[in-house]
Write a protein that binds this ligand. Structure first.
Ligand SMILES: [Zn+2]
Length: 389
């Protein structure tokens, strides 16, 4: 009797949680990872997938994407499974007033594992209501996070156009009260300078769109600002959140060259970012490869690092017994133009190739299969009676 329902054979496995970075086979038993070993005999699997020449990783975790609230939000399946993502974090689309409807209508209907950051605004990320200071209630936000700690992993602060610190301070307070973290998307203003904002964040809090032009990581001298270096030393985190307007090679490349990589790689995916910049997970990862980040680091910052940040270390790893969330990625070796986004003008970086997602497995079930790696050849179609009147 085969021990495994599925064996992924011959791929290069990267599992940062277990320091695995070598050619390995992965055996899947039911919904969980059964084994990661150098050579699992084919006879042990009901189905064998040949991953020779490919990268086998824990299912990717996109810590910043949008499946509610925001105008370009998409349903989780179509924005995650085709790109190797098995877990996404909705980044503040709902607030304490709107979370239950979001959960009922989207999260519970999705096969993607969806966590969420709760917007500090009770109504969530819905146009003008984001400016309503009176609807930024730290205690009610924290109470909802504590009530639904199975899904809600933190607080989101975004897009507040006012002069003051209300949104940021109340977001951090809600995170403190709920024992979670606060992720901030606020551009610098004369009355609300970014350096001072970083000082208001606690260890474990962070900013997203970290290489966007409105978040001035690089100064006029071309150097990463000391305030960023100090914040990181205190435990403040930095997320990519590529998006439609928020990722510039002219910020990211010097930062990486100076030893300031992002903690997590994420898409900020919604319809506009997907279409204008192809800001899906494997494409954003490809941009970091093109800038010189080693594959091992790119994978870790797209799997294990976000898992740790959201305090869900049961995912983002291929530890035997963990949910069999697995991505099989391929580096397509051909000249590729990779686009950034935003005020720098949607410029491209020429690369030797790009990562594409070949196969997405969630809880042991194949959810996306680009080249049919898990399927039989058409010639094996069983004979059927085609002479139907
Ligand atoms: Zn976003």
């Amino acid at each position: 009797m085969p021990s495994f329902d599925l064996i992924i054979k011959g791929g290069h496995v990267i599992d940062a949680a277990n320091n695995v970075d070598s050619l390995m086979d992965v055996g899947v038993a039911g919904r969980v990872v059964g084994a990661v070993e150098a050579n699992i005999p084919e006879s042990q699997g009901r189905r064998v997938i040949d991953a020779t020449g490919m990268w086998v990783t824990p299912g990717l975790i996109d810590i910043h994407a949008h499946c509610t609230g925001f105008s370009g939000a998409m349903f989780p399946e179509e924005m995650c499974f085709p790109y190797g993502v098995t877990t996404m974090v909705d980044c503040g689309g709902s607030g304490w007033r709107t979370f239950d409807a979001f959960n009922r209508d989207v999260i519970q209907k999705s096969a993607v594992r969806v966590f969420a950051l709760l917007n500090i605004v009770g109504q969530g990320m819905e146009g003008d209501v984001e400016q309503d200071i009176d609807d930024m209630d730290a205690e009610l936000t924290a109470a909802k996070i504590r009530q639904r700690s199975d899904i809600l992993v933190g607080v989101k602060v975004a897009h507040f156009g006012g002069r003051g610190w209300e949104s940021i301070d109340r977001g951090v307070e809600a995170a403190r009260l709920s024992g979670s973290f606060c992720l901030v998307d606020q551009n610098s203003k004369p009355t609300r300078p970014f350096d001072e904002m970083l000082e208001r964040l606690r260890p474990g809090d962070g900013t997203t769109h970290c290489f966007g032009y409105g978040k001035p990581m690089i100064g006029n001298d071309g150097k990463v600002k000391q305030s960023y270096i100090d914040a990181r030393a205190r435990g403040v985190k930095f997320d990519v959140g590529h998006g439609n307007n928020s990722f510039s090679f002219s910020m990211a490349k010097p930062a990486l060259d100076q030893g300031f990589p992002p903690d997590t790689i994420s898409t900020d995916m919604h319809r506009m970012s997907l279409h204008t910049s192809r800001a899906q997970m494997t494409e954003v990862m490809s941009k970091f490869l093109a800038m010189g980040m080693p594959m091992q680091e790119v994978i870790a910052r797209s799997t294990w690092e976000p898992a740790k940040w959201i305090n869900h270390t049961e995912i983002g790893t291929l530890t035997p017994g963990a949910s069999a969330d697995i991505s099989v990625l391929e580096f397509q070796d051909r000249p590729s133009g990779l686009s950034d986004s935003g005020p720098t003008g949607y410029r491209i970086m020429q690369a030797d190739g790009r990562l594409i997602n070949q196969l997405t497995i969630k809880d042991g079930v194949v959810k996306f299969d680009y080249d049919g790696l898990s399927k039989d050849d058409w010639s094996a179609t069983p004979e059927t009676d085609l002479d139907i009147p």
